[in-house]
Design a protein around this ligand. Structure first.
Ligand code: GLU
Length: 256
């Protein structure tokens, strides 16, 4: 299902969910997690790889800024919080990457940007230019203008679409478990890790994806499988793993 292309310079998309960015209840940014991911990205860049981050967390950071206890129910409430949080989120990334002199860029996308050919090509060209300049683009959904009909819906899907747009070699869907499991390993001790999937449709019957993501995020394993289906169909090798496992040996994943 995946294109076996492990050249010396790979294009790598890394997706980070809200639960890796802010604490689920206090909404404080998880600085040590974010810093170690930044160090990993810098290491990958030093090995000649091009890296794009897909970062959720705008709403989570907005909640902290406004000292609100939970995500509002209304669409406009969520959009307002995303608008409040996105600037601080990108400032946080810029601060961390800035410690290494690594420039970043903010790319906010909506579904309309990829369904219209001209806008799609413009976005592709912008990504190409940013990667050519050695910048790390940091992508999120443009929540402030995305209404329900045009939303990607979750950043797993957004990261899969981004990977196919830029013909990435790898997509890493980073989560809080180290692998795809037959069930949620936190709740079901008999859950077994699935190391390699060669057919996503065949694996569906073996995997229970009932558990949704954290209370702040929108994902969970179901959206990760959908994202893996989109990305692998476009030839992008997709890896579901934990942020800690990925940070421990990023090059071992990408060196073939
Ligand atoms: N775009 C949303 C945010 O930045 C998150 C979407 C998701 O959780 O997948 O808060």
């Amino acid at each position: 299902m995946a294109r076996p292309r492990h050249g010396p310079s790979n294009t790598i998309v890394i997706k980070l969910g809200t639960s890796s960015i802010v604490h689920e209840t206090t909404h404080q940014p998880l600085l040590s997690t974010l810093s170690s991911l930044v160090e990993t990205v810098i290491e990958l860049r030093e090995h000649g790889h091009k890296v794009v981050l897909v970062s959720s967390g705008a709403i989570g950071v907005g909640l902290k800024r406004m000292e609100m206890p939970s995500k509002p129910k209304s669409l406009s409430g969520k959009q307002a919080l995303a608008a409040i949080g996105q600037g601080r989120l990108i400032a946080l990334w810029d601060n961390l990457f800035g410690q290494f002199g690594q420039p970043i860029a903010q790319v906010l996308l909506t579904r309309g940007d990829i369904s219209d050919r001209t806008r799609y090509l413009n976005a592709v060209n912008t990504f190409k230019e940013l990667l050519h300049l050695g910048v790390v683009p940091i992508v999120n959904e443009n929540d402030t203008v995305s209404v329900s009909e045009i939303k990607f819906g979750d950043n797993d899907t957004l990261s899969a679409i981004t990977s196919s747009m830029i013909h990435a070699d790898y997509l890493f869907l980073l989560t809080d478990v180290d692998s795809l499991y037959t069930a949620n390993p936190r709740k079901d001790p008999s859950a077994k890790a699935i190391d390699v999937v060669s057919s996503i449709s065949a694996i569906r019957s073996q995997v229970s994806t009932k558990t949704l993501g954290s209370s702040l995020g929108t994902g969970g394993m179901e959206t990760k499988l959908i994202a893996a289906e989109i990305a692998t169909a476009a030839g992008v090798t997709t890896i579901i793993t934990s942020i800690w496992y990925f940070n421990s040996a990023p090059n071992s994943f990408c060196s073939g």
